[in-house]
Design a protein around this ligand. Structure first.
Ligand SMILES: NC(=O)c1ccc[n+]([C@@H]2O[C@H](COP(=O)([O-])OP(=O)(O)OC[C@H]3O[C@@H](n4cnc5c(N)ncnc54)[C@H](O)[C@@H]3O)[C@@H](O)[C@H]2O)c1
Length: 367
């Protein structure tokens, strides 16, 4: 049984605690705020999963400082991720460290430091782009590996969701001003919050050998009211190192939500849909025989995290795999696109991401 420590007794902390308990792992959740721990025990966990699980330990972070864990999960606001991650790797490196998305703020602070620490400690560091590991994503990966598309021509991805749903899951918040969500510089706004679209675009580009994103041209819609300062619409055109051109759209206004990607090749296409209906993810595709196939994948909200946690279980048991869609490098390259998009919008210029210049802001250049 693996020992797991989760930082943050909020929405994601509960999801991931539950996913780890489904694997029968030993879970401790810590939070700086005693009210959040109490809310987890009395409200969030029982209302989502039927009952509180007495096996889960609740603690202040200090109480767990002298214990070691196999898996440490950072489920706190994005502007705290890098500080907690570096301290954990320096003081008590786990075998696997999962940091929630978005990995950090658009300043890309501590990117190189974290990479160095991951190398030095040998900890497998992952970033929580869980949608790359759901059942329909695994099937999509198999289809792409089988050459469904032929030569890839373009990819588009969208995560467009009015964030009323997020506030429903956080009834203790009155609105975006009460958390990082209303502040792009803290990792909120559409660019950070819905960066699953950038991540899945990059994942599919990788699987089709289209390469890494090297150019970003963006148009954003910012809300600047009182203290609020965030992008509610985040639209980018991107180009990869092999010359493939595509689009990524993320927003916090679309209702009902739309979370999908589409890949077009010279022989076929693939559509990847999250929450096609309340109980299913979906795929729609066709290869060179022109027959359109539609597949539904039954799922519940907890299943959104089951594939990710099972993947980490494999890594705990057998070590780092040859390929993982949720590596630290993947999470860093996703954040580089967010940063490049803010820069591109502000300067009305295309931004180049030099794929050989590391993962900090140094890799971003104006074209
Ligand atoms: N992968 C997904 O689908 C998904 C879903 C929800 C949230 N998230 C991500 O998870 C992160 C957290 O989001 P949330 O909605 O759970 O936030 P939340 O506000 O519900 O919870 C965060 C908790 O972290 C605690 N915290 C802050 N700093 C801490 C520290 N240093 N040590 C211990 N606890 C600390 C806060 O007190 C709070 O209780 C964000 O990065 C968000 O984008 C990902």
């Amino acid at each position: 049984m693996y020992k797991v420590k989760i930082f943050g007794a909020g929405s994601i902390g509960n999801h991931l605690a539950h996913a780890c308990r489904r694997q029968e792992w030993d879970v401790a959740i810590c939070d700086l705020d005693p009210t959040a721990l109490e809310r987890t025990r009395k409200e969030i966990y029982p209302s989502r999963y039927g009952a509180w699980d007495e096996e889960i330990r609740l603690a202040a972070p200090k109480e767990l400082e002298n214990e070691t864990f196999d898996l440490t999960i950072i489920g706190t606001p994005p502007d705290s991720h890098m500080g907690i991650a570096c301290t954990e790797l320096e003081k008590r490196p786990p075998k696997v460290l999962l940091i929630e998305k978005p990995l950090c703020t658009p300043s890309l602070e501590k990117a190189e430091e974290l990479l160095e620490l991951a190398k030095k400690t040998g900890t497998f560091v992952a970033v929580g782009y869980n949608h790359t590991l759901t059942r329909h994503s695994r099937k999509a990966a198999e289809l792409l590996a089988g050459g469904l598309l032929g030569q890839p021509l373009t990819i588009s991805a969208a995560f467009r969701e009015y964030w009323g749903g997020i506030f429903k899951a956080h009834p203790w918040l009155d609105g975006p001003q009460d958390s990082y969500l209303g502040f792009a510089a803290r990792g909120g706004g559409a660019g950070g919050e819905h960066s699953h679209a950038i991540s899945i675009w990059q994942y599919f580009a990788n699987l089709t050998n289209a390469g890494r994103i090297t150019e970003v041209g963006a148009m954003l819609d910012y809300v600047e009211e009182g203290r609020l300062d965030y992008d509610r619409i985040f639209q980018v055109n991107v180009k990869t190192e092999t010359g493939l051109v595509g689009t990524i759209v993320q927003d916090v206004v679309t209702e009902p939500p739309c979370k999908e990607a589409r890949l077009q090749g010279d022989k076929g296409f693939l559509e990847w849909i999250v929450n096609l209906d309340a109980d299913h993810d979906g795929l729609r595709y066709s290869g060179d025989n022109d027959e359109i196939v539609e597949e539904l994948f039954a799922k519940t909200r907890p299943d959104d995290f089951a594939g990710e946690i099972a993947h980490l279980g494999e890594i705990l048991a057998h070590g780092a795999p040859e390929y993982s869609p949720i590596t630290l490098e993947h999470g860093l390259s996703t954040m580089q696109v967010v940063t490049a998009a803010h820069l591109s919008h502000q300067l009305k210029r295309t931004v180049r991401i030099d794929p050989d210049a590391g993962y900090g802001t140094r890799a971003l250049q104006l074209i």
